[in-house]
Each structure stands twice: as C-alpha cells, then as structure tokens.
Design a protein around this ligand. Structure first.
Ligand SMILES: [Cu+2]
Length: 259
C-alpha cells in the first residue's frame, strides 16, 4: 500500500472511531463519597457532561434541575449552581454544606442535548450517593427519578474489585434487557490506556428484572449508564425525533492498602 493510502485509511479510521466508540456520560462528581468526622463539612460538587475514559469534555447547558434527596425529602439546588469549566467545557458547580447524617442522593436532570451525529436528543438523568456521618438510610430506595439506577450493592465504601450491582428503572418500572455502559473516569496519573477501542466503554445487560452487575477493576470513579431510546419522543424542525434517556450513576472504589 502506498504511504498516501495508509495515511488516508488512518484518517478514515480515526474519524470512524471518534464517532462510533465514544460514549457520553452525565457526571456528578463530588469531592468525596463518604463524609466522616465533625459536622458541617462542605462538599464540592461538579455537574458535567463528558467522555469519562477519554477525558473529553462536552458542553452542559444549565440543567433543568439539580438537587439532593435526603431521607425522601427533596431539596432543589438548581438556583445555587455556578458556571464553571470541566475538561475545557461549560459545567456547573456547587458547594454544599453537609448538615445532617444520612445518604445524600444528588441528582441532575439535564436539558435534552441534540446529538447531530446520532439524530436524537439525549438526556442523562444522573445521580451519585454521598454518605454522611455514618447513617446509611436510603441508598437502596428508588427516588422517583424518571430514569434511575437503584443500587443493590451499597454504593460507597467500595473496594477495588468489588462487584457492583444495580437495578434500572424507567418511569418506575424495571428495565429488562437494556444495555448498561460502564466507563472509568480516567482522571488520575498515570492514565489508563485502552489497548483496543472496545475497552473504553464496558457493556453489561440487565436481566429480566432490570438488574445488572459489574466488577470494578480499578480505584477511582466509575459511571454506569443505562440507555433507553424512546421513538418520536421529541420534535426537531417539525420532524419527530427519538429521545435517548439515560439512567446514570457514579460510584467510587478505593484500593485495599496494608500498613
Ligand atoms: Cu459526546
């Protein structure tokens, strides 16, 4: 093959891989997943949209809703969001004082995002659970989000290698046989390199009850995104277009270290 042809083919393959293998994830990244010690500690939280493994940012317009649910009580924090940058793109951040013990379920309902290459709207409803001061009270309960992963494994205090299981719900009903994409937030040094594109996004399926499991191979933050496409759910330029609704959840794993 001529050099010219090799060059051309490699360009084509770069373009193909950049449009097919990337998965975008809604992200809520708190400064920690467990708060211990004295009361009134502050949590720094970033809400963003990105390709977690490749560390590519995407624009996140102001979410429709951002809030925290503590023991079934919802606190709307949308108006407290401040514009920031994450991976060079618009993101949102909030400094939240943790006042009471219990599971703090932070969630984001983004404004639907138009994905030109896929011809559909994307809305990733994202959550992360932060435990405060040792009271483990509600991580296992559905919070009534339109799309939601409800953990079957306690979603904090996880060791590297733990099996994480969850149950996917859309509109309160278990989502059977749907794909759950799994990605590592590749933000620590040294960065993980994928030997092949297939390693970037891991894929598991839910069973007949909407349950899935994944064994976490590395310390850090891991995102789970269950995708569900609703035909003709939206409209663009007078034409019906699909809406991909994602139930996204983030967990953190830590390495076991000896003395
Ligand atoms: Cu993207």
């Amino acid at each position: 093959m001529s050099l010219k042809k090799i060059f051309f083919l490699s360009i084509v393959s770069i373009i193909l891989s950049s449009t097919t293998s990337f998965a975008h994830f809604g992200l809520i990244l708190p400064s920690d997943d467990i708060i211990e010690g004295q009361s009134n500690q502050k949590l720094d939280i970033i809400a963003a949209f990105c390709h977690p493994f490749e560390q590519l940012g995407m624009e996140l317009v102001k979410p429709q809703k951002f809030g925290v649910i503590i023991n079934g009580k919802n606190q709307d924090l949308t108006s407290s969001l401040r514009k920031t940058k994450y991976l060079g793109h618009t993101a949102w951040n909030i400094n939240y004082p943790i006042k009471r013990p219990g599971d703090h379920i932070f969630y984001m309902i983004p404004t639907p995002y138009w994905e030109e290459t896929e011809g559909k709207y994307i809305q990733h409803i994202t959550k992360v659970i932060v435990n405060a001061y040792g009271l483990e009270d509600s991580w296992d309960k559905p919070q009534g989000l339109p799309a939601e992963i409800v953990p079957l494994t306690r979603p904090y205090g996880l060791w590297t290698g733990n099996l994480f299981c969850g149950k996917v719900y859309y509109s309160g009903k278990p989502a059977a046989h749907v794909q759950v994409e799994v990605e590592y937030l590749n933000n620590a040094k040294p960065k993980v390199r994928s030997p092949k594109d297939a390693y970037i996004t891991q894929v598991v399926l839910t069973n007949a009850d909407g349950e899935f499991c994944y064994s976490v191979p590395r310390a850090g933050w891991w995102g789970f995104s269950a995708l569900h496409e609703i035909e003709a759910a939206s409209e663009r330029n007078g034409h019906p277009v699909p809406l991909e609704i994602g139930a996204v959840m983030w967990i953190k794993a830590r390495d076991m270290k000896g003395e």
